[in-house]
Design a protein around this ligand. Structure first.
Ligand SMILES: [Zn+2]
Ligand SMILES: [Zn+2]
Length: 259
């Protein structure tokens, strides 16, 4: 593993360790690039506050902390500053306005909720046999990819559809085809793999294999020990191979999220 772009910080309320610990771990495991992508802040209407992301007023300090570490570690490891953001149609313009002044290196698209989060719809990993939820997820992620603001879709298979496999393939194939057309890589999420979540899903990665998407391994590190764990990487590669995917690269083209 040369690079990992999927790293969190304590600001999201469900990660641990200091930024320095993540960086030291990355250096010890011979990464050339470590990208931070904590859950993006989001200003909602009606006073709703998300408990799973940094507050908008923490963004400045997040960026400043990482900038100073980037300078300190220059020559030893490349530090990138990004965010993992949702595509919420109602709030996307607001998100871009919030982040624009910081000239971030990239955004990851991680869609944990349908709609705009505040509506309280069940989170995407909740099992469902409702094709409508799968369709809505695929349409929402597709719209997000089409904004041009995202460099990668992380855990693209997070919507946990437990119904007919043909229906599952029908919708997820649309997502994969559009991602390929747009040149957006798809992540195999190492955290989901290590903790036996519903993603990564082997049916999904067989579709990825058939469509021929670029696949990137992402640590989704919420603890320093999760950065580029060699035994996990080996197991993930075996999983992908079993799905027919021979090639992964841990480099991706980064799109600065300005529009
Ligand atoms: Zn998280
Ligand atoms: Zn993440």
């Amino acid at each position: 593993m040369q690079a990992n772009y999927h790293t969190h910080t304590v600001r999201c309320h469900h990660a641990e360790g200091t930024e320095r610990e993540y960086i030291e771990q990355a250096i010890a495991r011979k990464l050339e690039t470590l990208g931070f992508s904590d859950h993006s802040p989001q200003v909602f209407d009606g006073g709703y506050v998300s408990g799973k992301r940094m507050l908008p007023e923490q963004l400045e300090e997040y960026v400043a902390t990482l900038q100073s570490l980037r300078e300190e570690y220059a020559g030893r490891i490349e530090i990138l500053i990004g965010l993992e953001a949702e595509y919420y149609p109602k709030y996307f313009g607001r998100l871009m306005d919030l982040i624009r002044p910081y000239h971030l290196d990239y955004l990851l698209l991680g869609q944990h909720y349908l709609g705009n989060e505040e509506e309280g719809l069940p989170p995407c990993p909740r099992p469902t046999e409702d094709e409508g939820r799968l369709e809505r997820y695929v349409r929402q992620v597709t719209e997000g990819m089409e904004t041009g603001a995202f460099s990668c879709v992380v855990h693209p298979d997070i919507l946990n559809y437990t119904g007919d496999r043909k229906i599952n393939r029908k919708w997820y194939e649309k997502l994969c085809v559009r991602a390929k057309e747009l040149g957006i890589p798809l992540e195999m999420n190492m955290l989901g793999f290590a903790t036996n979540r519903n993603y990564p899903n082997s049916d999904f990665f067989r579709i990825v294999c058939d469509v021929g998407n670029k696949v990137v391994l992402g640590c989704d590190a919420h603890a320093p020990s999760r950065v580029a764990d060699p035994s996990e990487i080996e197991r993930c590669m075996a999983f992908l191979k079993a799905c027919g995917i021979q090639e992964t690269s841990n480099r991706m083209k980064l799109v600065p999220p300005t529009r």
